[in-house]
Structures are given as C-alpha cells and as structure tokens.
Design a binder for this molecule. Structure first.
Ligand SMILES: O=c1ccn([C@@H]2O[C@H](COP(=O)(O)OP(=O)(O)O[C@H]3O[C@H](CO)[C@@H](O)[C@H](O)[C@H]3O)[C@@H](O)[C@H]2O)c(=O)[nH]1
Ligand SMILES: [Mn+2]
Length: 433
C-alpha cells in the first residue's frame, strides 16, 4: 500500500459548491497533505471554476449526473433529486486509487487526518440526528467498479429512504452500526457545526480536538457575510450563529479570503499577461485546453502559460472533459461591467473596481462573476468584496424562451424546475383556457 495511490475526494456539481470544495482542498493542503486531492465535477461547473479548482486539486475529474445506463435513467426519472446523489457514488469509479477518503464540499479540515487511511471500507461517523445511521459527509472507501455497480443497482431497486446518498449508503452498508466498531469514526472527524452546541458539556470537553467540521444543513458558510478587516462574521451574536459555529465559520472565511480569493486574482493576472487583448473574457481562461485531447501535450503548448499547468494537471484519465467553449460566447466579461460610479463609498458593498479606488489596490478586475458554462441552466456566483464586507451570492440566470427551447430539443430537461410536471401542467391549463 503506497501513499500515492490514496486520495482525498470531494464533489461539486455547480459553481456554488465549488467555493466549498476550494476551501476544503486548501484546508487539507494546509495540514501537510500527503495524499492526492481529487474533485469530481459535473458539466455544470464553469470553465473559470475548473481552472481555479485545478490550482488546488491534483485532479479535476468530470463525471456525468446520469450517464451510466438507461435503466438508471429510467428508475430515476421520477426522482430527479437523486441526481446529485448518484454523482457522489461515482467516487467508487476512481480505481487508480486503492483507498480514498470522501469529504463533502461543505466540510473543513482543521488538522491532519492521514490516520483515516488506516481504516477500511466503509468507515464513517455517526449522524448527529440519528446516531444508528452514519453521516455520509466523511467516509473511507475503496474504489471498485463492482461496488459502484452494486450501489447503482441498489439505488435502482430500492431507491433511498431520504431521497439522497446518505439513505442509500446506509441501507447498502447496513451492518455499519453493529458489525465492526473500527468502522465507526469518532465524531471529531465529522463534527456538525450546528449541532455541536446541543450537548455543550461534550463540546467543551472534546470540541477542541475537532479535526473535521461539517457545515451540514441548508445554511452553508458561503451564505454568511464576512468582514475581512476584523475577521468577524456580520451576523455574529445573532441567535442563528452560536459562538462555536462562528469560530468555525471564521476559519472557513479566513481561508477563502486569504487563499482562494488571491487565486482568482492571479489567474486573471496571468491571463492578462498571456493575451492582453483578450483579458475581458474570464470564461476563456480554460479555453486553450478545450480543444486539446486530455492527455495530449501538444495543444497545451499553444495555450497561455497559466493554462499549461492546467493541462498538465488534467492530463490523467480519459474521463476528464474540458467542454469546448467559444470564449466569445460566455457571459463573463470584464468589459461588460458597468464602470463603478465615481464617488460611492467604502463601507458599502462595492465591486472589485471599487476596491482598487478605495484602497489603492493594484487589482484591475471586476469581482469574479462565476457563471455557468454555456451548456447549463443554473447558478452562478457573485462575489462582492468591500473593505468591510465579503459575501457570495447565488444567482439563477433566467433563460430566454429560445434558450429554453434549445435545451429541450437537445434533451437537457430541467425536471426539478422549469420543466417540472407541475409547471408544464400550468402552461397547458393556461393554453386550454
Ligand atoms: O447542489 C449540490 C448539492 C450537493 N453537492 C455535493 O453533495 C454534498 C452533500 O450535500 P450537502 O448540501 O453537503 O448535504 P448536507 O447538508 O451535508 O446533508 C446531509 O445529507 C446529504 C444527502 O443525503 C448527504 O450527502 C450529506 O453528507 C449529509 O450530511 C455536498 O457537500 C457537495 O459535495 C453538490 O455538489 N451540489
Ligand atoms: Mn454536507
């Protein structure tokens, strides 16, 4: 067993969860990383985020939501919410690794956790809500196509009692709670940030040994606002944020501000140097690799220097796809930003150009507007930065009727949203009236 064939793995199906994956990856790097870092993404992730991810992760691997076989597609047609779940199961296909630790993108590593590789499949920590079940945010597994197939088969045959991966994995690895205590990871490997305080004496006793914090639940770190000057959260002291939560959230934002934001900046700088005439298009950062075969060295030679290591990073494996995008088609562009109004002020939420003016910062770019690739419906992320407030906002881009129609025709159906049966019925009713 060698260390190089082991990896930490996470998943991000959109640009928003990518922000979590980036902080997680960086938090692992900050703790004497000895294993490979792998992130699974889906086609919805924008080309800019792919580049940023490739600076933190050793491998950025694209997997599809539902592409394995039709029987799965059919079985899941009525249960589209399981799409993301299926994607997590794809981690079992990473057979170039002999053992891996999966971590949700909303987890944060506080100290070295290499000892987890001494555990076998399937090891996980108890779920705080129902401790006879494990929480599927952190687990040790052994990649295997056979297990992957069995998991998908199990999903098809039995579905999942919670409609997602945790229910499915608990019913598949059903002996977890009784068979082998070594497979019970201590709670410090998956400490849920929002439930820690419900047993506060225990938190007081053991909380400081927490190794992995999990921001489980609907409110994620990127939904809070952070003051980069004071290192505090803007909601601190409110009922919603306990002291424990606040301390973990600050670590998350500290990494985001200190390490992830500078990555965006340096990618822009590199792009600007590489092709001064074309800096406007952030979406083009990943483009030079788009037309190259994943393993081919040649085409990368033509690419901008910043993209070269991107190609190198993504040179392993055939599952990695860089969607060919015409940079001119992306809707992310510096030029599109209206110039920041003269005379607005420092304490307000302001965009990137504003920081430059206020702080004399050499940055010459707008805040990253992390749009989805042209392929997708969906979410993009707006990062707003001022000297006293940073926040990430999720945006759903409305499609034009033509775009919607094109997506239908191409078979991209948004079963959950726009094309949900209820919405279609509404349209029919309106039409028939
Ligand atoms: O739109 C999404 C949603 C989820 N994820 C990934 O899937 C993980 C699980 O989703 P999350 O929002 O973190 O779920 P939790 O709030 O943690 O909820 C619980 O329930 C989930 C569904 O069973 C399990 O996956 C979690 O591990 C478990 O902690 C995320 O961390 C990401 O890695 C995406 O990439 N995109
Ligand atoms: Mn989670």
């Amino acid at each position: 067993m060698s260390v190089s064939d082991q990896a930490f793995v996470t998943l991000a199906t959109n640009d928003v969860y990518c922000q979590g994956a980036l902080v997680l990856g960086q938090s692992l790097r900050n703790q004497r990383l000895t294993r490979k870092l792998v992130v699974l993404i889906t086609p919805h992730v924008s080309s800019l985020l792919r580049v940023v991810l490739s600076r933190v992760f050793d491998e950025v691997i694209e997997v599809n939501l539902i592409d394995s076989a039709d029987y799965i597609h059919l079985a899941f047609l009525n249960r589209p919410e399981l799409g993301v779940t299926l994607t997590k199961l794809h981690c079992w296909t990473l057979t170039r690794y002999s053992k891996c630790v999966f971590l949700d993108a909303d987890t944060l590593v506080l100290s070295n956790i290499d000892e987890l590789f001494e555990r076998g499949e399937f090891s996980a920590a108890p779920d705080p809500g129902w401790p006879d079940c494990f929480n599927s945010g952190v687990f040790v597994f052994q990649p295997s196509l056979e297990t992957h197939g069995l998991l998908l088969q199990h999903a098809t045959d039995h579905g999942s009692f919670d409609g997602a991966d945790q229910g499915l994995l608990n019913s598949f690895f059903s002996s977890w709670s009784t068979a082998d205590i070594h497979k019970h990871l201590p709670f410090i490997y998956n400490l849920s940030s929002n439930t820690a305080y419900t047993y506060s004496p225990a938190f007081k006793q053991f909380g400081s040994s927490a190794k992995v914090v999990h921001f489980l639940g609907s409110r994620k770190p990127w939904n809070y606002k952070y003051n980069p000057q004071t290192g505090s959260l803007l909601e601190e002291g409110s009922e919603l944020v306990t002291q424990h939560q606040a301390s973990f959230l600050k670590v998350w934002w500290g990494i985001y501000h200190g390490s992830i934001l500078p990555l965006y900046e340096s990618i822009r700088d590199e792009q600007e140097h590489a092709s001064p005439g074309r800096t406007a298009c952030l979406g083009g950062v990943g483009a030079p690799c788009a037309n190259s075969a994943p393993s081919a060295e040649g085409p990368c030679a033509n690419s901008v220097p910043s993209a070269r290591n991107l190609c190198a990073d993504s040179a392993v494996g055939s599952s990695q796809a860089w969607p060919a995008e015409d940079p001119s088609e992306t809707n992310v562009g510096v030029d599109e930003t209206p110039p920041s109004p003269e005379g607005g002020h420092s304490e307000d939420m302001v965009g990137w150009p504003e920081i430059e003016r206020v702080m004399g910062d050499p940055l010459s770019h707008r805040p990253p507007q992390l749009a989805d690739s042209t392929e997708t419906p969906a979410t993009s992320v707006d990062l707003a930065v001022s000297i006293s407030e940073m926040s990430l906002k999720e945006k759903v881009r409305e499609l034009s009727p033509e775009e919607e129609r094109r997506k239908w025709e191409e078979g991209h159906v948004d079963y959950m949203g726009q094309d949900a049966f209820a919405r279609i019925q509404e349209k029919l009713d309106r039409f028939l009236q």
